[in-house]
Structure formats: C-alpha cells, structure tokens
Design a protein around this ligand. Structure first.
Ligand code: FES
Length: 570
C-alpha cells in the first residue's frame, strides 16, 4: 500500500495539498449521492468484469448486487469499478495474450483508487489468474468470487456441456459422423446457461485451486452460476471483505508457498487443466515464490486423480457441487495438505474443512483407494527436446501411447497447420508424432490453446482418435489426447523444438519422464548454426504487442511479463 491511510483518504490524488485532494475527492463522489456517514465506512472495491462479449460473466451484475448487500450488512461501503474482461472465444489472437494486460489493469486500479479491500469477481479462464496476479502485486486485502459453472444441456437425449463436448462433437463432424445441420443444432445446446465451462477446464480448475489456496470462502468454487447458493456465497464474500479490510489480511499472508503447494496438489487430485500450472507460476512469481515443476511431478506420485469429471471422466461441475464440491476432494487428500494455511475466511484450511457439513454417499469424487487415475494426472517431461520442461496430462491420454516412438511430422506454425493438416496428400500415419511449433508465448504470440492439434482428417475418418502431439503452446483443459505442451524454451526463442525436421524420430517415455529427439549432437549443432528466427510479427514495433514480445517469460515462469514479477521493492 502506498500509505497507511484508509477509506477515502487512501492514495490521494497529488495536487500538492492533501486536504484539498480529499475535499475534491469527496465533492465528486458526493455527486453519486453518498452521505458523509457512508463515506466514512471501510471502502470495499468490487472488480466488475461484466462484458457483453463474455457469457461466462453474464451474471456479474447480479453477483455485484449480492456482494454489495453483504458489504453493507457488515457496515462497509461497496464501490464497483470496471476491469478488463476476457472471454476465451472472443479474444484475438488468444485470451492468454491479454491475461497480463488484465492483471496490470487490475493491479493499477486497485492501487490507484481508495479501497480497504477488494472483491475480485471473475470466472472465465484467464480472468481469475489475472485478478489474482493483479491483487497479489497490489497486496490490498482481497477475496475472490467466481461466476460459477454453467448448467448442462442435452442433444437427442445425450447430456452436453461446454467445452469437452464442443470438441467431441466437432470431432464427430470432422469424421463425417454428423452433418452440417446437426452440428449447427448442437451449437445451440452446448452452452445452455450463463457461467463458466461446466467440465474440468481451466475455469473450473482455477476456481478450485483458488479455493484450495485460501483466497475464496469455502464451498465457493463449484456452485453453479444458476444456483441461489451462488448469490448467497457472493453476499457472504462481501461481508467477509469488510472483515478482511479491518483485519488487514493481505494476499501475501494467504498465498504462501505452502498454500501454493496445496493448490498444486488440488490440481493433481482434480485432474485439472494444464493451464493451472502456468497461471499458478505467474501468481507465485508476483510474490517472489515459485512453482517448481519437478516438485510438482513428485507430488503427482502421491496424489491420485479422484474427480470423475469430463474430459477425464463422465460428470460435470454441477454434479461436483452436489457431491460436496472442493471439500469432498480435499478431505480425501487431507493428510497431504498443509492444513495450517490461513484463508480469507479468517480460519485455517483445516478449520474450514472441519466446519463444513459431513460428507455423504456420492460417486463424483472417488476415495483414495479407488482413484480414477493413480499415477498423477500430469507428468513433467524433460529431455533434449524440452530442456526446461514440458507437460503431459497423462490422465487424458491414450494409455497405449504413453511410451511411444514415432516419426516426426512437423508443422511450422498455425498457418502451415491449417493449410496441410486435412490435405489428402499429407504424408502421415497414426504412429507418427505431430509437431507444431512457433505457438509459444512469443511464437504465436500469446501461447494459444492450439496444442490440441487435430487428428489429420484422413486418419480421423479411418477412426484414429489419438496420436502423440507436441507443441510449445497450451491446450484447453476441456481437451484430451496424448498431447505434450508448454515445451520450453519455445521454438521462436531458439528452443530445440525449432530444429526438429519431418522424418526425425521422437521418443516419449512418460514413466521415465523423458522426451527425446533421436538426432545426434553433431547434427543438432549444424541445424542450430543454420537456424534463423521466424519473421517478426506484423505490428510488433509498437504498443502492447511490442511490450508483450519484449518481456514475456517462458511457460515455467508463468508467461508473465518479467517486469511484473516481484522485485522486493513494492
Ligand atoms: Fe469461459 Fe470456458 S469459455 S470458461
């Protein structure tokens, strides 16, 4: 915080006369109709991420009203303010390109405006990490309230939900199993309500990790967007924000290394999105902490995957809510967690779990003794193709491909992929390894979720459902397959992925955590000497794109901007 003042006196605009600054500030805010009594209360900012482009945030106005009610019941003054809102399907070139911008906007708006605590309302994939990153850097008392998952739809009696079923149905369409009229009809059924994707995608993953980390009130992650419980949770969040303001509990007291470890264990137990690793690394970096990929891989040997949600399993988020939400999951791995971590509820994680209702018979969260996947849902791979690491969500892979050697079929970039992947002339077999490069943080740019390389049409129509696929990009948490992601360093930065040629042999050995390009060192040295970086992106000489390309870090550092990471002087 820039000073130790509170309420309206906090962070005064600099006119060289603080008394005048306060006088002027009050004069303007009184135009909103506030009394002096209201203006003397603790001020709770509410980050408003409503946008007409963002159906995942359609309910934000209702949530704001509920948060305000909670703030006022506790004697505070709620003041909402806008921040950037990002929806996955409405962000060009990709939402990840804008996550850091949203985090900067959030940080600076929290810092610039008088608020004693802030309620962060987000939901869609990049919004929760961006809000957490910004709040961690601003370090004003903060609490997260998510919009909650959407409900499920139905098509010809089959239950549907975004977005695992979006991909599954699109795969059927590509394979010629359903026609154009039917896929059009399905597009009206996939997103039947407001709210975030109803499977274990990035939004669900981030919501559950945020609750596990202690930045959300217990039980908040899984409540559907359509449930009245969601509004009650928002009201309680507002009430609690006033207490956080009075107690001066800042994010750095909640987001500790132990809390991050709890979140990473949760990620493994839920079989969450691989994006959770990147986002949590970025949040950690804001506080001078880190997500150690090798430690994460080691955790995976103890934490089995327990949650039977798509894309790993068969249920949806509304089913997880009915099964007790995160509490049911954490109780299964309680002995592996640091239960002493403080949370925004004012109690420790262990106290929160003890205070929740006892569990009941359900089949969405498996007991430890009967996991959905016993080996750790994600594996961190290393080798000459990924010296700084790569990630494979092995729980969503064809188990027969986890140890595989094949011939590389290389796509230079997204344009090359689009041009050739469905060509009848593409020289490819089901045993080959598809390689897509230049889709990393700098490459695409923005590290798009294009790592889910489609099965070439000629193979898809023969019934091929999975192949080993490798890229320096990301993948939606709603996707599935033997897909190796986040290869680092990325190709555009001169990583070894840039040197792979079609016809090379690549070996994946997941049990031994290795990813190897079977090309000898002499040949690799020659290829490196001949390598030239890809052409500069159009428009990269100025503006946000220039800032992004000049300062974005690699996946293992969260793809945050280097200058946004903690330096110890803020
Ligand atoms: Fe918003 Fe999936 S598109 S959560």
């Amino acid at each position: 915080m820039s000073d130790d003042q509170t309420g309206m006196k906090k962070g005064l605009t600099r006119y060289g006369d603080d008394a005048f600054s306060l006088f002027l500030r009050k004069a303007f805010i009184k135009a909103m109709g506030y009394t002096d009594d209201a203006l003397n209360r603790p001020i709770i900012g509410i980050a408003d991420t409503f946008s007409g482009y963002n159906a995942c945030h359609k309910t934000v106005p209702d949530l704001i009203e509920a948060v305000k009610r909670g703030v006022m019941l506790a004697g505070g003054l709620p003041v909402e303010f806008p921040t950037i809102s990002i929806h996955e399907s409405f962000a060009h070139p990709t939402s990840m390109f804008l996550r850091n911008l949203m985090s900067m906007d959030t940080e600076e708006m929290i810092r610039a405006q008088p608020m004693d605590a802030v309620v962060l309302i987000g939901g869609c994939d990049k919004t929760v990490p961006a809000l957490l990153m910004g709040a961690a850097s601003a370090n004003v008392p903060a609490i997260v309230c998510v919009t909650g998952p959407m409900g499920t739809g139905s098509h010809k009696g089959e239950r549907l939900g975004a977005c695992t079923d979006c991909r599954r149905m699109w795969g059927k369409f590509r394979a010629g199993e359903i026609d154009e009229a039917e896929i059009e009809d399905i597009s009206s059924k996939l997103v039947p309500t407001a709210g975030t994707c109803g499977v274990m995608g990035t939004a669900s993953t981030m919501a559950l990790m945020t609750e596990a980390m202690g930045m959300m009130l217990p039980g908040g992650a899984a409540i559907p967007a359509w449930a009245s419980d969601r509004l009650r949770h928002a009201e309680e969040t507002g009430t609690r924000a006033v207490a956080l303001a009075k107690e001066k509990v800042t994010p750095d007291q909640i987001i500790t290394q132990a809390a991050l470890n709890n979140a990473m264990k949760t990620l493994l137990a839920i079989g969450g999105s691989t994006n959770g690793i990147v986002h949590m690394a970025a949040v950690a970096g804001r506080l001078g902490l880190n997500v150690d990929l090798d430690a994460f891989d080691t955790m995976g040997r103890d934490v089995p995957m327990l949650v039977d949600l798509k894309p790993n399993g068969s249920y949806y988020m509304e089913d997880l809510w009915k099964a007790g939400g995160l509490t049911t999951i954490l109780r299964e791995i309680e002995d592996l967690l640091d239960l002493d971590c403080p949370t925004v509820s004012g109690k420790t994680l262990g106290e929160n779990l003890a205070a929740m209702a006892p569990g009941w018979q359900q089949d969405v969260v498996r007991p430890r003794g009967n996991p959905l996947f016993s080996k750790g849902s994600m594996a961190v791979l290393r080798g000459n193709l990924a010296p700084n690491g790569a990630v494979l969500k092995q729980s969503a892979a064809d188990q027969g491909l986890l140890v595989h050697e094949g011939r590389a079929v290389v796509f230079e970039n997204l344009e090359d992929l689009a041009e050739r992947i469905d060509s009848a002339d593409l020289d490819v077999t089901a045993d080959d390894v598809l390689v897509l490069r230049n889709i990393g943080p700098k490459g695409a740019p923005g590290m798009p979720e294009a790592g889910y390389i489609p099965i070439p049409k000629k193979l898809a129509s023969q019934g091929v459902k999975d192949m080993v696929r490798i890229s320096d990009g990301r993948m939606s948490g709603t996707a599935f397959g033997t897909i190796i992601l986040h290869v680092s360093p990325e190709a555009a930065d001169g990583g070894p992925l840039a040197l792979v040629q079609t016809g090379d042999r690549i070996r994946l050995d997941t049990p031994n955590r290795s990813l190897t390009l079977l090309v000898d060192d002499t040949e690799m040295t020659a290829r490196r000497a001949a390598w030239t970086p890809p052409p500069a992106h159009k428009g990269s000489g100025r503006g946000y794109l220039k800032l992004y390309l000049d300062t974005v870090t690699q996946a293992e550092d969260g793809a945050d901007f280097d200058f946004l990471q903690a330096t110890g002087d803020s």
